[in-house]
Ligand binder design. Structure first.
Ligand code: GAR
Length: 204
């Protein structure tokens, strides 16, 4: 069983997609052992509770400095003893120590076709605003391993999504989630859990 810790900051629709995929068998040999949020009011926490999944909130505001916040975040992740850490709309730059410790064991979903519209300042709705402002006709989503840079880690899977005439950032975001994010993140997790994507985990 692949033990997954899911880090969230907001609505948690990607978390929900993973929960649903485990429930209906599109993800096998995996369980979510912890949901970790940096926002106390994240709706993702409610989704965890409704599905009987343990959750913890590590709020930057509860810590005097970045170092102690980072330590608490690391403790929360370590405490879950995860085989895989999934960043599902987690809007925190990870502690470098955590990236080193979980090398090739942290994956992120980004709502564009990397290397377009990614890096510092490109997150959430801002990504879709930028795509529309540039006038691209195709966008999409990317699942990638997390390294020390922002959205620079090795790409695992991408899926393209058409931009339509008259799209607003909100409409485009919804289409990218439905057609790409909620599809490729569960696919990748299933392939990791079943050894088709190697993250250096011993098969149990
Ligand atoms: C998703 O679109 C995800 O790709 C994006 O934030 C949204 C979170 O939604 N992540 C980033 O922009 C990371 N750079 P969710 O909380 O409903 O899953």
């Amino acid at each position: 069983m692949l033990r997954i810790a899911v880090c969230v900051s907001g609505g948690g629709t990607n978390l929900q997609a993973i929960i649903d995929a485990i429930r209906d068998g599109r993800i096998t040999n995996a369980e979510i052992v912890s949901v970790i949020s940096n926002k106390p009011d994240a709706y993702a926490l409610k989704r965890a509770e409704e599905n009987g999944i343990k959750s913890v909130c590590v709020n930057r505001k509860d810590y005097p400095d970045k170092e102690s916040f980072y330590k608490a975040l690391m403790d929360a992740v370590d405490g879950a003893i995860p085989d895989l850490v999934v960043l599902a709309g987690f809007m925190v730059v990870l502690p470098p120590e955590m990236i080193r410790k979980y090398q090739r064991k942290i994956i992120n979903i980004h709502p564009s076709l990397i290397p377009s519209f990614c890096g510092d300042g490109f997150y959430g709705l801002k990504v879709h605003e930028a795509a529309l402002a540039r006038g691209v006709k195709v966008t999409g989503a990317t699942v990638h391993f997390v390294d020390e840079g922002t959205d620079t880690g090795p790409i695992i899977r991408q899926k393209a999504v058409d931009v339509h005439e008259g799209d607003t950032p909100e409409i485009l975001q919804k289409r990218v989630m439905e057609q790409a994010e909620w599809v490729i993140m569960p696919e990748v997790i299933d392939e990791i859990a079943n050894g088709e994507i190697n993250i250096g985990m011993e098969r149990k």
